[in-house]
Write a protein that binds this ligand. Structure first.
Ligand code: UDP
Length: 257
């Protein structure tokens, strides 16, 4: 968009630019899709916009709930203004139903309802393939303090409870999701806030009745059109209207007699 902006960081699905004021960052959601630690790649037109809009919706709701996030506001369909935080190098995964790596690791059938919600941690390090780590590793290596980890776990459970109910209301099962947290420094204070994004790129979302996948597994496993799946999530959340899809908003021939 704006060539004069200073790029801070380019990730797989998002680019970060310096924000208009100190302590702010602009997040640009790209159309790039990657899976299996970037071994599988594609550009999927429209994905970035859908992720931005879905994440905006969910972060706004979480902010309203009193759950602190980095999100300030959307700037346009693809970009958000967020507070600058120091990212804690952990992927926090919350699981309600067995899928993905958990099924392989423990030999569970996909779709098995877990005895209770389970939180897992992975160390954010692409070169190592984001290995799973325990609370012991996290505190021993100083990635987060025991108190921070306590906050992270409490917030993760609240986020899971809220999102599970929200998606239940629109006929979607929240199977699992990945979130990230950051340290927000305000004056002499520091607190942990939710950062990154929550979108079908980072969640497993299954239709309640048919178990149809409405998330990035559509791309990972070549199950169909990713944009259609994400659009369905956005539609059910009420973010986009039924006739807002690019195909249907094109001018149509109308018979006059
Ligand atoms: N996830 C993610 N980014 C990652 C790894 C996982 O967003 O780098 C999400 C993934 O979409 C799923 C959840 O975290 O909703 C659990 O993923 P899992 O550990 O099963 O790994 P995967 O099967 O995605 O490799």
């Amino acid at each position: 968009m704006n060539g004069r902006r200073t790029k801070i960081y380019e990730g797989k699905a998002k680019t970060l630019y310096e924000g208009p004021e100190p302590g702010t960052v602009i997040v640009h959601f790209k159309d790039d899709a990657t899976a299996f630690n970037a071994e599988k790649k594609a550009v999927i037109e429209g994905k970035g916009v859908l992720n931005q809009r879905i994440s905006e919706y969910l972060f706004t709701k979480l902010n309203e709930l009193g759950l602190p996030t980095h999100f300030i506001r959307s700037l346009n369909m693809r970009e958000q203004l967020v507070r600058e935080v120091e990212i804690i190098p952990l992927e926090v995964i919350v699981r309600n139903v067995a899928a993905g790596s958990l099924t392989k690791r423990l030999g569970l059938d996909e779709g098995t309802v877990l005895p209770r919600s389970i939180i897992e941690f992975c160390y954010k390090n692409d070169a190592l393939g984001d290995p799973m780590v325990s609370e012991e590793h996290i505190t021993a290596f100083g990635w987060a303090t025991p108190m921070e980890l306590d906050d992270i776990m409490h917030m993760s459970i609240r986020i899971n409870d809220f999102l599970t109910g929200l998606f239940l209301g629109i006929g979607i099962k929240l199977v699992d999701f990945k979130i990230e947290f950051g340290r927000l420094f305000e004056n002499d204070m520091m607190r942990i806030v939710l950062a990154d994004e929550i979108s079908p790129d980072s969640c497993r979302l299954w239709d309640m009745k048919t178990n149809q996948k409405l998330d990035k597994d559509v791309f990972r496993r070549d199950l169909g059109n990713l944009v259609d799946a994400y659009q369905e999530v956005a539609r059910r959340l009420g973010i986009i209207q039924v006739n807002e899809t690019p195909e249907r908003s094109r001018p149509k021939l109308v018979k006059t007699d």
